[in-house]
Design a protein around this ligand. Sequence first.
Ligand code: SF4
Length: 470
Amino acid sequence: MTAIERSDWTPPQDLGEDLAPSVHLVTFGCQMNKYDSELVLERFLARGYRVTERPEDASVVLFNTCSVREHAEERVYSHLGALKDLKRERPELVIGVVGCMAQREGARVLKRAPLVDLVVGTREFPQLPELVDEVRSTGRARVAVAEETSVDVAERPATPAGRQRHAFVAVMRGCDLNCTYCVVPKTRGRVASRPAEDLLREVRSLVEQGVREVTLLGQTVNSYGYDLPGRALKLAGLIDRLAEIDALERIHLVTSHPAYVTPDLIRVFAEQPKLSRYFPLPVQSGSDAVLKRMKRGYTSGGYRERVAALRAAAPDLELCSDWIVGFPGETDADFEQSEQLLREIGFLHSYVFKYSPRPDTAAFAVADDVPEEVKKERNQRLLHLQEESATARYARFAGGVVSARVSEQSERFPTRLMAQTRSGHQVFLEEPDAGQRAALLGAEVRVRVARFTPFGLYGERVVETAGSPA
Ligand code: SF4
């Protein structure tokens, strides 16, 4: 994308002093959307915009949308409906729908919500500030949803306020796997990995700005590099290179596909101390018949084998899975196999979804034949099992001492800090001293575990004194 200097841009004259120029952005959906929203806001900030908490205070209101479930799209339309009065009062307000729903729906968004000025797909969002200018200068609505444009996100503008300790970095986008229930290949397009040198440069620059932990993001992050020419680095090789950056302390991954759990990826879990031992590895179902109809490309036995190999390499590994209940044709016996697999693997977290048919997917043509009340019941049963599983994972630490990195102060409990272990366990520790609480943010602490729940470990910090064992 061509860089545009701030001096190229003149703020519109008709916004009023209080409203020029400012952006309010609402994000729906997955981590990739949250990351894209961060990039969008950085671009607006670099052009002199400020970010507002309320749409009433903004000159641009954007919705970064999700298409994975119908409910998520309907929520966007209801938010748009709530802006009718504001748009009537201030016709110069620019309202934009961005991301997956924009990509899938295109100009249909304008038909259903005529107050929208801008519909921008998943590959054009870096141009949003320029598209807003275009709408202002022409006074016409604009739809930008071309399919082949690649996203250039390599050059992140430095934020004036500096960086947090943690940053997301998208290493690839899109998906070539075409699971039959999933709209992502349609909305996000084919896999496009970013060259390793660009990523290394970006992470080095983030580390110089104060970042110490990165999450490598991708729709299937472990398929990174397979689309690049020649002997390009795959994810394991990229992690090896990133781990060489001295001040970088931790590398997290979101999210993966079991088909790309290769021997090299298993090796890197064994060998790289900077790699988080929390791994999202969605299985979706425990039934081979359902997995086949989903076109997931593995069996429940294949999944078990990969988990066994990962745990042999990294005994402290914790896993997280997504599950779909009520997929077309799912019988009681199929569902019981999901229950069995969840019990057997012992996930730390699970996200359970009732199947929802989506247009533009292969499964849309198949009858959605599991009744809603059966889906609801299966959903509850799996969530209940997951609670038992998480409780058992946390129970292993009762009475012991864990090391964890303090991430933030609890909003609900003013004397409580929140921390995470390298394996993604949530740790809550009491710290009555406000000065200590501030000093401990970002620090590695040792916590004696007094109790546990399905949501984490609770305890007090072990204060090391001279002569304490290391
Ligand atoms: S792997 Fe399957 S579920 Fe995941 S993004 Fe690709 S098509 Fe969707």
